[in-house]
Structures are given as structure tokens and as C-alpha cells.
Unconditional design. Structure first.
Length: 271
């Protein structure tokens, strides 16, 4: 059996959480990540028959029965994952009843997955229904993106359009736009249901006055989506108090989409 601490999926979580903390996206115990793993790969590092304990997930995830996830822990700080992954991360398998999880590794201090695990699992189910390659759900509190939700209309078309116009790569990176939810209490099934519904249409969902959810086939893709939104939000806020002398026009956005051969939300343009 290989050393679990050398597993690419553990190393990837260590690197990603460290970067997110360094960038100021995940203060204290803010933010959470879940990654669906390949069973055969996990079996190289863990005895899949060795269940440490059962965990009540607080959600019926029957469509994910048997699926294995590595998940950040509740109350855990991203800055500590790199130094102590076994305490701050856990590997769980959705049990046969769909409502409990088998803990296969991690949460060594008796902890449990993020309190937003139901929201993650709901979003995994939604994304898998539209993209079978999706593996990652990532939630964070990027500063400029969060600040933008205080001063910008919470309208999906207008929000997306504003960011498309300030950064050329935005049309390429998220041509499908950004979903936006009003402020809701976090850690509840209600916000999880609302997010999962948006995830059927968008790979990015803004939680107003709170943060953002992103998804992807791997950690880099999900991280890159959020990173691009954050850069665009920074540019928007840096220029918002000045007269707009230059901008990327809607015809320009169409040309970008043509050049990079991306399908985009045509209804999000003003043509």
C-alpha cells in the first residue's frame, strides 16, 4: 500500500488550499472543497474495506452511493492543511443508505466534513447531470468578488456582462456566464438546493455578500474559474469611480468568442 500523504489527490488539496489562503480567499475556517476521486486510484493508498467510522451527512445523496470524495473539514483552517492534512482533510464514501458516509481516512481529531457538505453533494449531482467529467466543487470568499456584490446589481446578465467587459479572457474562461443568488444563510440545505439548481446552468455561482462556488473537472479548472472572476472584479472596482473612456464592446466580445471557438450566453449581450 502506498503512502496516502504522497497521493496526488492529497497533494493537490494541500497545494490548492495553501494558495487559496495565501490569496486571502479563505480566512480562518472560511471556504471548503470537495473532489470526487477514482476508486481504483484510492485503492492504491487505502484499504477500502476499512471504515473508520460512519458520518451522518444531513442529506440524501443516493445518486452518489459508492462515490468517494476528499473533503475539507468543518471548522478547519486552510492555512493548516499543508502541515497537517490528516486532521484537516477526510476521505469519505457515500454509504449504501445514501444518507451516511464511510470515513476511510482523515479527520483524525474526530472531526467531520464541512458543514456545507450537503450543498457540495447537491452541486456534484447537478454538475454530473450536465457534465460527467465534473469532479470538483470549490467554495471561497475572494475579496474583490465579494466586495462587488455590495455595489453591483445582483442580476446574472448584468453581473456577467460587467466582468466580460473589463478582462478579455473572461469571455473565454466563463462564456456560460455567472449565476447569482441573493444573500441566504450559509450551511443550510436551502442554499444548497438553490446553488445546485444554478449549477445546472452555470459553472460559477455567486453567493451575494458571502462568496462564490466554482466547479470543474479538476482543481486547476475550478481554481482558475474563480481566479479569473476575482481578477475581473478587481479591475472593475479599480476603475468604477472613473469615467469609462475605453471598454471591451459587445461586438468585441463576439469576436473573442469566434476567435476562441467558445459557445457563450448570447442573451447576456446587448446587441
Amino acid at each position: 500500500m502506498k503512502n496516502i500523504l504522497d497521493a496526488p489527490f492529497v497533494r493537490g488539496m494541500m497545494k490548492t488550499t495553501a494558495n487559496m489562503y495565501r490569496l486571502g480567499w479563505d480566512e480562518r475556517n472560511g471556504g471548503n472543497i470537495s473532489v470526487m476521486l477514482d476508486e481504483n486510484e484510492v485503492a492504491e493508498y487505502l484499504d477500502l474495506n476499512n471504515v473508520i467510522r460512519k458520518i451522518d451527512m444531513g442529506f440524501d445523496a443516493k445518486p452518489l452511493i459508492g462515490k468517494i470524495f476528499i473533503v475539507t473539514g468543518t471548522g478547519k483552517y486552510f492555512k493548516n492543511v499543508e502541515d497537517d492534512p490528516e486532521n484537516n482533510l477526510g476521505i469519505i464514501r457515500v454509504a449504501s443508505d445514501g444518507v451516511t458516509a464511510d470515513l476511510l481516512w482523515g479527520y483524525s481529531d474526530g472531526g467531520r466534513p464541512t458543514s456545507e457538505l450537503p450543498a457540495h453533494l447537491m452541486s456534484h449531482i447537478s454538475r454530473l447531470s450536465v457534465n460527467p467529467e465534473n469532479r470538483v466543487i470549490m467554495h471561497s470568499h475572494p475579496t474583490a468578488t465579494l466586495a462587488l456584490t455590495y455595489v453591483h446589481e445582483l442580476d446574472e446578465k448584468k453581473f456577467t456582462h460587467s466582468l466580460w467587459q473589463v478582462c478579455t479572457e473572461c469571455m473565454v474562461v466563463f462564456p456560460d456566464g455567472i449565476g447569482v443568488l441573493p444573500w441566504m444563510v450559509c450551511g443550510t440545505n436551502e442554499i444548497g438546493i438553490a446553488t445546485a439548481e444554478k449549477m445546472k446552468e452555470f459553472r460559477l455561482v455567486i453567493w451575494a455578500l458571502h462568496g462564490i462556488y466554482g466547479c470543474g473537472k479538476d482543481l486547476d479548472e475550478a481554481f482558475g474559474l474563480i481566479e479569473t472572476v476575482e481578477k475581473a472584479a478587481q479591475l472593475y472596482l479599480m476603475t468604477a469611480s472613473f469615467p469609462r473612456v475605453n471598454t471591451i464592446t459587445d461586438p468585441d466580445l463576439v469576436e473573442i468568442a469566434k476567435a476562441f471557438k467558445v459557445e457563450y450566453r448570447k442573451d447576456f449581450l446587448n446587441l
